[in-house]
Design a protein around this ligand. Structure first.
Ligand code: BTN
Length: 316
């Protein structure tokens, strides 16, 4: 894991408005020796892959950069019970960090400006470029039996939609079963839940400020909040809104179960009554979606007129 130096952070802030700055300008503003600045930029360039040299000795960031301040997270999250909070500039995966560090007290939060080995569902990678987006994971101790956790990932999807609606007034973000956030069927955010013993790690990646044309590496249709909102989004308030909403809803979920969120999920169903194909292992199930069951399973009316209840799989 990497935490940038004060000088490196200041350079990033100077480049953060997407306008180019020359080494001379940076030197005058930051009062640092030119060689040190040159070396820091060189290092940042290779670590973040997000700085480009626009002209000789002029640089800019390819993405707007809104820093996340650990002390602000602590101010908001300690009072609501969070115990351990980690903020990195770069890490392999925020989920992996919480998984490997078993000594952490829960609830624990880990967020990073980039991930070098971000993990998605079904063993896929989660593309995590520097500072463009949000990548964070929360670890909870499950206060009830794991058997009562059905629908947990769907509740997280509902929470994220709620937080985005409240903060940014974007109302057309919907849910693709089980828990992707989509806008016009294009993916906005993904959720990776990992449960072991009595611990759950909830990993969330939200496409915030990246632009779809800058990242052709992702083959499935996706979109960022910036593209929907039509201006760059300050990440910290969004991160806090999401965490607070998840935390409130988790308390309710662990006490009362998924039932409380069932209707909310159905109201945001992006594929309601649509003809779909679902991939489950080697099997493809086709039919019409009929919402979800009381414990969050997908209901599909197949071509034989039989209602099937699906626990896992992926809508194509
Ligand atoms: C998906 O495939 O839709 C789930 C993507 C989850 C990505 C997030 S980013 C933060 C956390 N750390 C990871 O390595 N993955 C999750």
């Amino acid at each position: 894991m990497i935490e940038f130096s004060k000088l490196e952070k200041n350079i990033l802030l100077l480049l953060s408005d997407e306008h180019q700055r020359s080494i001379n300008e940076i030197m005058q503003i930051l009062h640092a020796p030119v060689e040190q600045i040159r070396q820091s930029i060189h290092q940042l360039k290779s670590q973040t892959n997000s700085i480009i040299e626009t002209n000789k000795d002029c640089f800019k960031l390819t993405t707007p950069y809104f820093p996340i301040d650990k002390s602000h997270l602590q101010e908001t999250l300690y009072p609501i019970g969070f115990k351990d909070i980690y903020c990195f500039d770069s890490i392999d995966s925020t989920n992996l960090f919480l998984k490997q560090n078993k000594q952490l007290r829960t609830p624990a939060l880990c967020t990073s400006n980039m991930q070098t080995a971000g993990r998605g569902r079904h063993g896929r990678n989660w593309y995590s470029p520097y500072a463009s987006n949000l990548y964070f994971s929360i670890k909870y101790t499950i206060p009830t039996s794991i058997a009562n956790c059905a629908g947990l990932s769907l509740m997280i999807g509902v929470s994220l939609v709620e937080a985005i609606e409240n903060l940014l007034s974007i109302n057309n973000i919907l849910l693709k079963w089980p828990n992707d956030l989509v806008y016009n069927k294009q993916k906005v955010a993904g959720i990776l839940i990992e449960i072991s013993e009595n611990l759950v790690i909830i990993g969330i990646g939200i496409n915030v400020n990246c632009l779809s044309h800058q990242n052709p590496m992702i083959t499935k249709p996706w979109i960022s909040l910036r593209e929907i909102y039509q201006k760059p989004i300050i990440r910290e308030p969004l991160l806090l809104a999401c965490i607070e909403c998840i935390d409130n809803n988790s308390k309710l979920f662990f006490e009362k179960g998924f039932g409380v969120f069932h209707e909310k999920w159905q109201n945001k169903d992006a594929y309601k009554d649509e003809q779909i194909s679902l991939i489950r292992g080697n099997e493809i199930i086709e039919g019409q979606t009929k919402g979800i069951s009381k414990n969050g399973n997908l209901l599909i009316l197949n071509h034989q007129g039989k209602l099937q209840e699906i626990e896992s799989g992926e809508l194509s």
